[in-house]
Design a binder for this molecule. Structure first.
Ligand SMILES: Nc1nc2c(c(=O)[nH]1)N[C@H]1C(S)=C(S)[C@@H](COP(=O)(O)OP(=O)(O)OC[C@H]3O[C@@H](n4cnc5c(=O)[nH]c(N)nc54)[C@H](O)[C@@H]3O)O[C@H]1N2
Ligand SMILES: Nc1nc2c(c(=O)[nH]1)N[C@H]1C(S)=C(S)[C@@H](COP(=O)(O)OP(=O)(O)OC[C@H]3O[C@@H](n4cnc5c(=O)[nH]c(N)nc54)[C@H](O)[C@@H]3O)O[C@H]1N2
Ligand SMILES: [Mo]
Length: 790
């Protein structure tokens, strides 16, 4: 659609070999708009609704999502909890579950919630509930939980996220904005002007399959054009990712040791200075603190020049190669596209700070196609923002409600449970952990997403009361006192935009099938509970509106927003009947968007939101915090566990994001057959390492360290740096009586430490492990079985 007003984009879909009672409903998930074939009771198939030329495997999984044996069918209570709810018995994770009625479940929750709130105050109730739930503007699980808890008098929430924990806190000090969730210099300009594109710790072929709203699915088209453009493409990643394979001979794959990128960048930066190829004019005009950083870079302060040879020793890339990169980058228009895996590490803050510093030394920030970009690999950053009628959406806080009374950095939850009242540092301030007595998770999978599962499971025994609202019997659900069965997004009505940055489409998400088992919508659960309990009545929670009335009100907001841009949307009833998405008109000006262009042109007139208004290579504010783990300019700091201190036989563990899941979502689905080896999560390892360990392709492998042990299947390939192994994140924990995870959940092995005291970000990507061929009787995977009932 290229005109002024939007129009339905896809014609009424035709069905191949299906009976007449079946129809196709248009809906959407994080993984994009989909057409779902159904007779209203069963789902038969699903596929992408946009013609993209790229198959997104996640879009085929709707039948499994709706009909999985892993669904929670009824409200369930843990046996030891039910025996004496005020002082529960038994061990969470080892107990049986008893079916109860919805009335009983809500009454039990109400009584415990009231008791704990009255005894300990709102901070004792953790409703931070981090997670990717399902998309949609109304049925937002965690937002609904927080809306309820705010009406009930407040709660403890969270700050930050697992995704960009380190980068999103350091970037505002450096460039005055978070960068990680912001629109990038547009792809058309990049394709026209960039000569060198560097994918640094980024695997867009996987990660662009999803977006926080729904994916607009445009990113791969641009990467396809890049591949065929003849430009120089470099991928820096310890693993030959799907993206490197996609570029094939068109890209140069450089595989450093894990966690050593700052050293590699310093080596390039040092070479630039040696060759006098750094842009002193840009550094002077647009940055502050370079001089101080240069004394570190050249070693005038500590006697250690951060030369290419110095870097080579640390990162394992030959010095000549590092020098070549310096010449290449400085001689050509270079875009440094960084993903986030390398900042999900100890000292993660340093990675993107040094990347920006390198880009500043190259002097190309603010040019079309040069500089750095932190979101090309996520939610299709760089796909130009449309003129758009953007939907309204449900808000978590309401007038008269009490929002979060405290917030803990999201990845510090276990520390908080272990150490109530404990003092901690965060982003320049001292805080105290609340005394958490009750937790409610709705829309997150914390037993897969959090590091060091055994430590989490131990801390999880402490609270008095834990509720999980879930569609599936996740490990978290199997560690709860009450489990509430929730509908999937295919069992309710909703709407979404596509493209977190582009707002390219408005998509109706009409209910596909009736609710399965006794599942209810999160919205209805909290509305019911408001009627019994603490939140002042159903009417306060739902404002007297039905599901469709809410959707109409969000659509009306879109209509108003659209009108200001000369976009005319059809009436809601017409739109809802049509079962078609609406594509928004392009905006020619946005297609010319260059990040930092105005600042580059005139930094005085268009200052950044940093204290100096410039790019801060040295930060006085960070210096004032005095954090040893986050020095005031980008620095190489050796992590606690890495190649440099590994014992012989120890391997570095990567836990990248999976191709055929969104984290833990869909681990139970038939898609499993496409990636599991020996029936479990694969471990990617190099032939040299496999040989040394006597492991063959397809073998069952036990991987362990002091924190835990998992069983995985061997995937042997030269597409990974020797000494590094990868187990993708998101397999469901499935611990047997010896705490051996039968399904291969990587976080059983990862360290639960903060990136630093500045950001307290998740540091999943730096752990050492041992591995051996598993020779015992292979245990059966039980991750997807509902728990035992008496
Ligand atoms: N080792 C390691 N660990 C990591 C990472 C890593 O790179 N390495 N990455 C981290 C990152 S970046 C992230 S974002 C996290 C992801 O962590 P999460 O976002 O927690 O992961 P998901 O698997 O998406 O969990 C979403 C859960 O919500 C449930 N759900 C879906 N729809 C609904 C709904 O409508 N209502 C309710 N009540 N529930 C619903 C799903 O069944 C699922 O269990 O993992 C982090 N953990
Ligand atoms: N299909 C799919 N798409 C997703 C997700 C998913 O689970 N599945 N999750 C979504 C979410 S919530 C997020 S936050 C994003 C995550 O986006 P990212 O954080 O960018 O994804 P990762 O796979 O963790 O890491 C990207 C690459 O970094 C590499 N890497 C790791 N450590 C290092 C290092 O030390 N140095 C270098 N140079 N490279 C390193 C990994 O090998 C990997 O190929 O993806 C989103 N997209
Ligand atoms: Mo994430």
């Amino acid at each position: 659609m290229r005109g002024r007003s939007p129009s339905p984009a896809n014609a009424e879909p035709k069905l191949a070999n299906s009976s007449s009672s079946r129809k196709q409903i248009l809906t959407a998930a994080h993984w994009g708009p989909m057409l779902v074939e159904t007779d209203g009771k069963r789902v038969y198939s699903s596929r992408g609704a946009l013609e993209t030329g790229h198959l997104n495997s996640l879009q085929t999984a709707v039948p499994d999502q709706v009909h999985s044996k892993a669904r929670v069918a009824f409200p369930m209570a843990r046996k030891g909890f039910l025996a004496s709810p005020d002082s529960p018995q038994g061990v969470r994770g080892k107990d049986e579950y008893v079916r109860i009625s919805w009335d009983e479940a809500l009454e039990l929750i109400h009584r415990q919630h009231k008791r704990i709130r009255e005894s300990y105050g709102p901070a004792a109730i953790f409703a931070g509930s981090y997670g990717w739930r399902s998309n949609g503007v109304l049925h937002k699980a965690s937002t609904l939980l927080q809306r309820y808890m705010s009406l009930a008098g407040g709660y403890t929430g969270h700050s930050g996220d697992y995704s960009t924990g380190a980068a999103q806190v350091i970037m505002p000090y450096v460039v005055g904005s978070s960068e990680v969730y912001q629109q990038q210099t547009s792809w058309p300009l990049l394709l026209e002007n960039s000569e060198v594109v560097v994918l640094w710790s980024a695997n867009p072929l996987n990660t662009l399959k999803i977006a926080w709203n729904a994916s607009d699915e445009q990113g791969m088209k641009f990467f396809e054009q890049l591949k065929n453009s003849g430009k120089t493409i470099i991928a820096i990643d310890p693993m030959r990712s799907e993206t490197v394979d996609f570029f094939g001979e068109h890209a140069d794959w450089i595989a450093p040791h894990m966690g050593t990128d700052v050293a590699l960048m310093l080596g390039i930066a040092h070479t630039l200075v040696t060759l006098n190829k750094h842009d002193t004019e840009f550094l002077k005009r647009c940055t502050t603190g370079y001089d101080k950083f240069e004394t570190y870079l050249l070693g005038t302060r500590d006697g250690v020049p951060k030369s290419a040879a110095w870097a080579a020793d640390i990162c394992g890339i030959p010095a000549e190669k590092i020098e070549k990169l310096a010449t290449l980058f400085s001689g050509q228009r270079t875009m440094l596209m960084a993903g986030w895996g390398m900042q999900r590490q100890q000292y993660g803050e340093q990675k993107h700070w040094m990347l920006v510093t390198l880009a500043a030394m190259l002097g190309q920030i603010g040019t079309p196609g040069g500089g750095f970009g932190l979101s090309y690999h996520f939610a299709n950053g760089g796909n130009p923002t449309r003129n758009a009628a953007v939907l309204g959406s449900l808000q978590g806080s309401l007038a008269g409600g009490t929002d979060a009374v405290d917030k803990i950095p999201v990845a510090r939850i276990v520390e908080a449970l272990e150490n109530p009242g404990g003092v901690y540092q965060h982003n320049g301030k001292q805080h105290t952990f609340p005394d958490i007595r009750m937790l409610w998770w709705a829309g997150g999978s914390n037993f897969t997403h959090h590091q060091d599962t055994n430590r989490l499971a131990a801390s999880w025994q402490k609270p008095e009361f834990i509720v999980i609202s879930e569609c599936f019997w996740t490990a978290a659900a199997k560690h709860a006192d009450i489990v509430l069965p929730v509908t999937t997004s295919f069992e309710r009505n909703d709407m979404t935009m596509t493209g977190d940055y582009s707002n390219q489409h408005l998509v109706p998400m009409k209910q596909v099938v009736t609710a399965q088992g006794e599942a209810r919508n999160d919205f209805d659960i909290f509305a019911e509970l408001s009627e019994i309990g603490e939140a002042g009545g159903k009417l306060r929670f739902n404002e007297g509106k039905s599901e469709l009335e809410w959707l109409e009100s969000f659509y009306e907001i879109a209509r108003q927003r659209g009108a200001t841009q000369h976009i005319t949307l059809p009436a809601f009833s017409e739109f809802w009947e049509a079962n078609q998405l609406i594509e928004m008109p392009e905006n020619a000006k946005n297609a010319e968007f260059i990040r930092f262009a105005a600042f580059r042109k005139d930094p005085q007139a268009n200052p950044l939101k940093t204290p100096s208004g410039k790019i801060e290579i040295y930060s006085e504010r960070i210096a004032s915090f005095g954090y040893e783990d986050c020095p005031p300019h980008p620095s190489w700091l050796a992590p606690d566990e890495w190649q440099g201190n590994a014992e012989s036989g120890q391997l570095q563990l990567l836990s990248s994001h999976p191709a055929h899941r969104l984290h833990s979502q869909l681990n139970y689905a038939a898609l499993r057959d496409q990636y599991t080896i020996a029936g479990r999560e694969p471990i990617t390892l190099h032939p040299d390492d496999a040989k040394a360990l006597g492991i063959a392709q397809g073998d069952l492998v036990r991987v362990w360290n002091a924190r835990g042990q998992v069983l995985v299947g061997a995937q042997i390939t030269d597409g990974i740096r020797p000494g590094v192994v990868c187990i993708h994140q998101g397999a469901w924990p499935d611990l047997d009586e010896n705490q051996l995870c039968k399904n291969g959940a990587v976080n059983v092995l990862t360290m639960d430490i903060p990136s630093s005291r500045l950001a307290n970000g998740c540091a999943a990507n730096n752990s050492l492990v041992w591995a051996e061929k598993f020779t015992g009787q292979p245990p059966v995977v039980t991750a997807f079985d509902p728990p035992a009932s008496p």
